[in-house]
Design a protein around this ligand. Structure first.
Ligand code: AMP
Length: 492
């Protein structure tokens, strides 16, 4: 996987004019780690964030994953904590001093990898805790003492509940991908976690989009934050070429195959609105000889990690993903994303296409559009303030194979059963009721909001390694239905 190379992608800046990490006064062990990583120059968000965080100020950062924001907050955190770094074996000498919360397990894992890499030449300890895996190794790491903790909210609270974790010495609190945290229904957990932190602390919040809810959350815990923006909020990546193809709903799977073959696309994430849609599309691609795998909330952590690793090292060409599963995937310079479904929330479109065209690299965002998507497209155009006129897909002759295969449920199944809500959490159709009501095309049937999401955190039973997130909890509920719908048994 290649990294962002700002020196190659910022045309207006000559290498001589680019800032250097050394300019920030970062300590030699950190600079050494950056050199190990091969980073030559800070990205724009890093250039803005590092000095501000070093000053101890609160930050509200408008930045997507892929901009280098992780280093933007973790490098100054490491620098700030260096004075307290020590090699003592005593856990008491290694209290949690920085807490970084992320909405998904994948993102937590990736942030932790980065923090560990950046702090490797220091005595600071970093560890990650997330749900869906055994708690014991996490418990052992927490008991030994750790200065920088990266966590998803549910599992963090489980550890607090089991008294393996004390947050009373946290000096720096980071909320990453705050918009997705809210989408996933984490607000009650977040409030509970914030109440466990000392009043006196530095707060950093990052979000790709800034809805009124996000601003309200920011106002509730940030103190006189400095606003850091690398791109206009809700702006789509500037260098992304966006094309919308008009196809019949029934021909969408064939259209994906056609696009992959016609454009010889090698590394692509295809977004599906539903888990079942993702699974079906992935199986169809595999049937057609395309190396594809689906990642979504019904997949185990191990399955997701395996698919991600295979994708990163070239063993897979296509990842078919739901929004939540794809969120935070640390895949730099992805050349292309495909929207098999247009997202129900226009903001998700911004997140999706943020997978490509990162830090100025060029990329393609291809979307499939059928007549019933008119309102969804209008929402996207309104948000990104850009017209996206659907065009015909060149040389495309759909096989009309759906009817031949007798796959009658498809027309309704992929978009209608909303099988994905298991990991969508907040995207429950209750977000913009007036918009919903005004849609001209009939919308897919939606289940009622699961009251699980409205409940505050409930601790896990003490022993068993329980699912961490809202996503996990919903997934486990949804599992039997999925197996039945897919005609498959439980996963081995
Ligand atoms: P992030 O937005 O933090 O997820 O970062 C996206 C990718 O950019 C990760 O693979 C980082 O390792 C990489 N990256 C971060 N900062 C730099 C930099 N200054 N130069 C090159 N690559 C970077």
């Amino acid at each position: 996987m290649s990294d962002i190379k700002p020196s190659q992608t910022a045309p207006e800046a000559t290498p001589a004019a680019l800032p250097r990490f050394a300019d920030f006064g970062l300590a030699p062990p950190i600079l050494q780690a950056l050199a190990d990583q091969g980073y030559q120059h800070p990205t724009p968000i890093q250039t803005q964030a590092i000095p501000i965080v070093l000053q101890g100020r609160d930050v509200m950062g408008a930045a997507q994953t892929g901009t280098g924001k992780t280093a933007g907050f973790s490098l100054p955190i490491i620098q700030l904590l260096l004075a307290q770094a020590n090699t003592s074996a005593s856990p008491a000498r290694h209290p949690v001093r920085a807490l970084i919360l992320t909405p998904t397990r994948e993102l937590a894992d990736q942030v932790a990898d980065n923090v560990k890499a950046y702090s490797r030449h220091t005595a600071l300890r970093a560890t990650v805790v997330f749900g869906g895996v055994d708690m014991s190794p996490q418990t052992a790491a927490l008991r030994a003492g750790v200065e920088i903790l990266i966590a998803t909210p549910g599992r963090l609270l489980d550890h607090v509940q089991q008294k393996t974790l004390n947050l009373s010495q946290t000096q720096i609190f980071v909320m990453d991908e705050a918009d997705r945290m809210l989408d996933m229904g984490f607000l009650p957990d977040l409030q509970r976690i914030i109440n466990l932190l000392p009043k006196q602390r530095q707060n950093l919040m990052f979000s790709a989009t800034f809805s009124p809810e996000i601003k309200k959350l920011a106002g509730s815990f940030l103190k006189e934050p400095v606003l850091i923006e690398v791109a206009r909020s809700n702006a789509t990546a500037e260098r992304v070429t966006q094309i919308v193809y008009k196809v019949d709903e029934e021909a969408k799977r064939d259209a994906v195959v056609h696009l992959l073959r016609q454009r010889e696309i090698k590394q692509v994430i295809v977004f599906s609105n539903t888990k079942i849609g993702a699974s079906r599309l992935s199986r169809e691609l595999e049937r057609q000889g395309i190396r594809a795998s689906a990642i979504h909330g019904d997949k185990t952590q191990i399955e997701r990690m395996a698919a991600l690793d295979a994708f990163k090292n070239g063993g897979l060409d296509v990842l078919v993903a739901t929004d939540v599963a794809a969120r935070g995937l640390d895949i730099a310079e992805l050349p292309c994303v495909i929207n098999y479904d247009l997202p129900y929330n226009a903001e998700d479109y911004v997140h999706r296409i943020g997978r490509t065209g990162r830090a100025g690299a060029s990329g393609d965002a291809l979307s499939l559009y059928s007549d019933k998507d008119a309102r969804l497209l209008a929402d996207i155009e309104k948000l990104i303030k850009q017209k996206l006129t659907p065009v015909a897909l060149d040389d495309f002759n759909p096989r009309g194979a759906r009817a031949e295969r007798g796959d009658r449920s498809e027309r309704y199944g992929d978009r209608g059963d909303r099988g994905d809500r298991g990991d969508r959490g907040g995207d429950r159709g209750d977000r913009r009721p007036s918009d919903r009501a005004s849609r001209s095309a009939p919308l897919p049937r939606r289940e009622k909001v699961d009251p699980w999401f409205l409940k505050p955190y409930e601790p896990a039973a003490p022993v068993e390694p329980k699912a961490d997130t809202a996503a996990d909890a919903r997934s486990s509920k949804a599992a039997p239905k999925r197996a039945a719908l897919l005609g498959g048994g439980p996963k081995g």
